[in-house]
Design a protein around this ligand. Sequence first.
Ligand code: ZN
Length: 430
Amino acid sequence: MEEEISKYLKKLFPINRSITGHGNRETLKILSELIPLKIKEYPSGKKVFDWIIPDEWNIKDAWIKNSEGVKIVDYSKCNLHVLSYSMAVNQTMNYDELVNHLYYLENQPDAIPYRTTYYKKKWGFCLSYNDFKKYIKKDELYKVFINSSFNSNGSMTIGELVIKGKLKQEHLISTYFCHPSLANDNLSGVILTAFLSRELLKKNLNYSYRIIFIPETIGAIAYCAMNRSAMKKIDCGLVITTVGGKGKYAYKQSFRSDHYINKMIEKVFEDNKTDFITYPFDIHGSDERQYSSQGFKINVATICKDKYYEYPFYHTSFDNLNFVSAENIYKTLNLYIDLIEKMDKNLIYKNIKPNCEVMLSKYNLYPEIGGGILPTTECLSELDIILWLLYYCDGKKSLSEIADRLKINISSLYLVIKKIENKKIVKLMQ
Ligand code: ZN
């Protein structure tokens, strides 16, 4: 799978994405080679809660030429050179006029920063500080050209895949694909989500999974507005971002730190003997900002490898394919698969024979020779687990709660509950 991940990294990295535009459609079309994505268009100008879906933005070319006609900044070489959502411009100007439209990082002189101007009509170029010092001279005249367009009849493109499980109850998996050529933030997350979806499609799932590829912020807001009733029913989920860097693993907790999703992530790290950093919930961050809002209250957590904000290459041209590897994305993918396998087992059962003890021997669930069983607290036998399950399964407690109380792995508990479910002693709550 690593080779396939590597192929898609290379294929998708050069595409210029933004919150709207042809690059986004192209990206989703390529991802459709992996999974049956439903591609939806939300029209520009549509009001979504307190926001309006912006006009569709597209760009063909952009450059700055010096007075000798030499291109000193060229969009065709790197799409980060243009401020995303820049207005068109075709003008000759002096240093003083130009310099207000240039963005660079003095503390990272070789890096081109990534900057946007989605909600303010502006134009601008991003370049390395070293190039700025080398090419931008006070006594020079510059020809500045951006061939971009805004379309009020355009739309914002999103991708959706709902995988139906046995239960109608859904888990949310969300990733954002609005960044141009930046690898960790968030092409790594987009690719991981696509491969994760492909793996989930092969499984016999209990829960249903709502998997969405959206532009960050406005995409999540629009999705919540357009799918309000489905989103309001979701209890928890994942925002998948920055999963392929060279640094340490981390996870950002959902807003309720005692929610089972946080405990399960810690268990995944523990089971995989992986060190990690814990970031408590914070109102800054990615689309958990929308999902955690008062209207939706979805507990969303994130497993990262080099979390956004935390690595020096964040939002610069150094967040590229030298920084992110298919190997790291694959490793993180396995953690997410492990996590979802755990989440998917977190079911609620009800003992349908609640009056006194169930006669387990009738169902071949009791050792044939009585009198030889001594209760032990150190290691629970299958019989102990059956007895505890019958005691706890009241139609309200989840298997993760019961597993915590018994201090055993949810997977062991799941195997036993399946056995007694088959004997029709407990039933799954819908
Ligand atoms: Zn970002």
